[in-house]
Design a protein around this ligand. Sequence first.
Ligand SMILES: *Cc1c(COP(=O)(O)O)cnc(C)c1O
Length: 232
Amino acid sequence: MNVDNLKENIEIVLRKIENAALRSGRKFQEIKLIAVSKNVEPERINLAYELGLRDFGENRVQELLKKYDAVRREINFHMIGHLQTNKVKYLVDKIRSIHSVDSIKLAREIDKRFGEKNKTIDALIEVHTAKEESKFGLKPDNLEQFLSEAQNLKNIKFIGLMTIGTLTDDEKEIRRCFSTLRKLRDDYSHFKSENIDLRELSMGMTSDFEIAIEEGSTIVRIGTAIFGERKN
Ligand SMILES: *Cc1c(COP(=O)(O)O)cnc(C)c1O
């Protein structure tokens, strides 16, 4: 893919974000784009940076570490994929947020490791809303318990919720996932403490980000529409 392709892809994505926002009476500025750069080489990440993108999402610690020194230092990385507790320590100093906190054990480890370096990290709680069976994401019914156990962690700040919608062509089903997350956020917005203030909704990928924005998404995570199909 050459520069022009990337530039055009980014422009198309931004225009779609703006149109989806306008359609639902929202502002373009309310929605943050995270360009998902998994399987994308550092050179192209830097190119995307030069074309104006600042926030990039990675889903594997190993890959992030491998690319880290080869990309522009100004880039903000976000961990969006499932995170094992034994990998948390490698992320301190390297990322701006974690979107995939799905257990109190992981939350405690993040709190501990960032605390050791006197850092605080923004985090989103991953909630399972999709139809498919998945190992990842809290069940909506377990969110309250999670929050009450997480409210005394000092070095992890919970700013919102994240979900991955059902992979389907059925728009109604996709919408159901995203509106479930929005309702959960609204239901728990009163649950405020020193380190909990749920505002953000990280939802929407290449195939469903416009629906997600219509349902209230504040952060979209888009890979394929920007960088093209991934070769795995
Ligand atoms: C890969 C990935 C994305 C982006 O997927 P695309 O369909 O390429 O836009 C978003 N979120 C998570 C958690 C991912 O792993």
